[in-house]
Design a protein around this ligand. Structure first.
Ligand code: GCB
Length: 579
C-alpha cells in the first residue's frame, strides 16, 4: 500500500479534523447513527471524551464525517485511506459498506468510486472497535477469563493484557485520494553494495501491459535511470551511503506509460545502506554499530495513542538531546510519519510487529494466520525505509513463565513466524524480545539474527538491589554469548516518580532510576557479546489501571509531559558527551 502523495496523476484531500461520535456497545446502530458527541481525528476517544464517560470505554463506536468530493476527482479511482484504527474498523460511504481494517496499527483503504459523486458531499461512517480478541496476536481477554487465571490475579481495568492503554479511535490521518485507474500499486526497493557502487533494484506491482521507467536522482541530478516491466535494476557509481551521521536520501521517480500515455507517477525516497551481523557485532555499512536508545510508545496526554505531530517532533528531539541513535517501535508499527522522520534524520529503527504477550496455551491456527498477515502488511508498508534495519516479530511471547514457554507449540509457532518473515525479507535482521520469566532457553534464539531480551533485574526481582541485578544479568549474558550472535537488551529500566529523591537506594526515586540505568549500561556497553541496549522507556506512558501503576508506567526517563528526570541528564552526558 503506497503512501498518500500528490503527483501529476494523484491527488488527495485530508479528512482529519472533527468527526461525530456515537458509542454502540450493543451493536444496535448503523452508519446513520445519530451522533452524541464530537471528537478529533486523529485522536483516541478515551481522554478526549473522559468527562462524558468514555475514558475506559471498550467496544464499538461510530465515527462519522462529511467530505466534499472535489469535481476533478471525476473519472478516477476514489479511495479512502486510513493510517490506522485502534483496533479494527468497518468503513461505510453514503450508507454503503466500502471496506474494512482488521490489522491494528496498520493502514487500510476503502474504494468508494461507485458511491462518491464528484462535486457532492459524501458521508463517511466508520465503525471502530477497540475490543481485543482471544486469537489476536496481542491476545485479548474477557474480564471473566482474566479473573480465572492464576497468573493474572491482579487484573487491569479496563481489561487488557499488555501494559499500555487500550485506546480506541482513528489514530492516524485519513485521506480521500484520487488515483489513476491503471496505476502503480506497490513498490519494493532493495539496495546492494559492491565496493563503492550500488545496485538499486526496483520492483513494482502495476497495471498490465504498461512500461515502467525509473529515474534516481541526488540533490536534483539524475544518477541512474532505466526502463522495464515489473522489475528493473539501477546502477549507481560512487554511491553515497545512508548512515546516522549522513542520512543521504536519493529521489526515485517512477513513471508508468502505456501506448504513449502517462498512466501514473509516484515518488519515493531511497537510502542505500547495508545491515548485517558478524559474530557478536551488528554491522551498518560494514562497520560495527552499538544501538543506544529506547523502547517507546505512541502515547501522549489527551491525544492518547494518536499521531500527535508536535509530540513526535519533541520525542525525536529528546532522543537526539540524550545522544540516542535508535529506537524500537514497541509494541506495534508506528505512524509512517515517524519512519520518514527517522529516514531523514538517520535514526535506526527496530520495527516491531503488534504482538505482545502471546499465550501459548491459547494460540490457535487463527492466531498464526493473523501473525503472518501482520508481518506481511507491516513489511509491505515499511520495507522501503532505510531507517528500518530490523524486524522484531513478537514482544514477550510466553510471558506467563517457563511452563507455558516450554510447550512444544511455542517452539513450533516461533519457528514458523521467523521462517515466514525471512522468506519475505532477507535484507534485514530478525529479532524478538524474550521475557525474563521465560528464561534464556528460548528456541526462538536459534532463528533470530539478534538475541533480544527484556530484563528487569533489580526491579521485578532483587528489588532495590542494583548490584545483585547486574550480577544476575552478567550471568545470563555470559550464557547467551554461546549463541555466537549479537545480543541486544530491548528493555531494562526502573520506574521513577518525577521529583522523588533519596540519599540511599530507594525504588521510584529519580536517583535510583539513574543509578540503576547507569550500572546496567556499564555492564551492557562493556560486554563483548552485547551490541545494543534500549532503555524502557523514553517517556512515562498511560496504562490501564492496576495496583502496580500510579496512573502511568513511570519507567520513562522523561515524564509523560516530556520533562527530564535525573537519568536523562546522565544519559546525555554519557551518550552525547554534553553535561
Ligand atoms: C515489559 C513489557 C512492557 C512493560 C514493561 C514494564 O517487559 O514488554 O510492555 O511496560 O515490561 O514496565 O513492566
Amino acid at each position: 500500500m503506497l503512501r498518500t502523495q500528490r503527483t501529476e496523476t494523484r491527488d488527495y484531500v485530508e479528512v482529519s479534523g472533527l468527526w461525530g461520535f456515537a458509542p454502540d456497545p450493543k451493536g444496535e446502530l448503523g452508519p446513520d447513527a445519530l451522533l452524541t458527541h464530537e471528537l478529533a481525528v486523529p485522536g483516541s476517544w478515551n481522554e478526549q471524551l473522559a468527562e462524558a464517560g468514555f475514558m475506559a470505554y471498550v467496544g464499538a463506536a461510530w465515527l462519522t464525517r462529511e467530505v466534499f468530493v472535489p469535481q476533478h476527482f471525476s473519472g478516477r479511482r476514489i479511495v479512502l485511506r486510513f493510517g490506522s484504527a485502534g483496533y479494527t474498523a468497518d468503513v461505510y460511504a453514503n450508507g454503503e459498506q466500502a471496506g474494512e481494517g482488521r490489522l491494528p496499527y496498520l493502514p487500510f483503504e476503502a474504494d468508494v468510486t461507485s458511491v462518491a459523486v464528484p462535486g457532492e458531499v459524501m458521508r463517511i461512517a466508520v465503525r471502530v472497535s477497540n475490543e481485543e480478541h482471544p486469537d489476536g496476536i496481542t491476545p485479548g481477554v474477557s474480564l471473566e477469563d482474566y479473573r480465572r487465571w492464576d497468573a493474572a490475579k491482579a487484573e487491569y481495568f479496563p481489561a487488557t493484557r499488555p501494559d499500555f492503554y487500550p485506546y480506541g479511535g482513528l489514530h492516524r490521518p485519513v485521506y480521500l485520494m484520487a488515483l489513476p485507474e491503471e496505476r502503480i500499486e506497490a513498490i519494493r526497493v532493495e539496495t546492494a553494495l559492491e565496493g563503492s557502487s550500488a545496485e538499486v533494484s526496483v520492483e513494482a506491482v502495476h497495471a498490465h501491459d504498461a512500461v515502467l521507467s525509473a529515474e534516481l536522482s541526488l540533490r536534483g541530478e539524475v544518477v541512474a535511470s532505466g526502463e522495464g516491466a515489473g522489475k528493473l535494476t539501477l546502477a549507481v557509481e560512487s554511491a553515497e551511503l545512508w548512515a546516522p551521521e549522513s542520512p543521504t536520501l536519493y529521489d526515485l521517480e517512477l513513471r508508468l506509460v502505456k501506448g504513449g500515455e502517462l498512466l501514473d507517477v509516484v515518488r519515493q525516497k531511497v537510502g542505500i545502506r547495508t545491515i548485517d551481523t558478524r559474530g557478536h557485532e551488528i554491522l551498518l555499512n560494514g562497520k560495527p554499530i552499538f544501538l543506544k536508545g529506547f523502547g517507546r510508545h505512541e502515547d501522549s496526554d489527551v491525544a492518547g495513542r494518536a499521531l500527535n505531530l508536535p509530540v513526535m517532533v519533541k520525542d525525536f528531539g529528546l532522543m537526539e538531546w540524550v545522544g540516542a541513535n535508535s529506537f524500537r517501535t514497541s509494541h506495534y508499527p508506528y505512524a509512517e510519519e515517524q519512519l520518514e522522520w527517522a529516514d531523514r534524520h538517520g535514526v535506526l529503527v527496530i520495527s516491531e510487529i503488534a504482538s505482545v504477550n502471546l499465550d501459548f496455551r491459547q494460540v490457535s491456527h487463527a492466531t498464526r494466520v493473523n501473525h503472518f498477515a501482520a508481518i506481511e502488511a507491516q513489511m509491505a508498508r515499511d520495507r522501503n525505509h532505510p531507517s528500518v534495519i530490523m524486524w522484531s516479530l513478537a514482544n514477550e511471547p510466553g510471558y506467563l513463565g517457563e511452563n507455558e514457554y516450554r510447550r512444544p507449540e511455542a517452539a513450533d509457532y516461533m519457528a514458523a513466524i521467523f521462517a515466514h518473515a525471512r522468506s519475505l525479507d532477507s535484507s534485514r535482521l530478525l529479532t524478538h524480545a524474550n521475557v525474563q520469566y521465560a528464561g534464556i532457553e528460548d528456541s526462538a534464539f536459534e532463528h533470530s539474527d539478534v538475541i533480544g531480551i527484556n530484563r528487569y533485574r533489580g526491579w521485578y526481582d532483587s528489588p532495590a538491589q542494583i548490584e545483585r541485578g547486574v550480577a544476575h544479568l552478567k550471568e545470563e549474558l555470559d550464557t547467551l554469548t554461546q549463541h555466537g550472535k549479537p545480543i541486544c537488551i530491548w528493555e531494562f529500566g526502573a520506574d521513577a516518580v518525577h521529583g522523588e529523591h533519596a540519599t540511599y537506594d530507594q525504588m521510584f526515586t529519580e536517583d535510583f532510576q539513574r543509578d540503576f540505568i547507569e550500572a546496567q549500561l556499564d555492564l551492557f556497553e562493556s560486554h563483548p557479546a552485547v551490541a545494543g541496549a534500549h532503555i524502557w522507556n523514553l517517556c512515562d506512558f498511560m496504562t490501564a489501571q492496576h495496583h502496580r501503576r500510579v496512573v502511568v508506567n513511570r519507567k520513562g526517563v522523561f515524564t509523560r509531559d516530556r520533562k527530564p528526570k535525573r537519568a536523562a541528564f546522565m544519559l546525555r552526558k554519557r551518550w552525547s558527551g554534553d553535561a
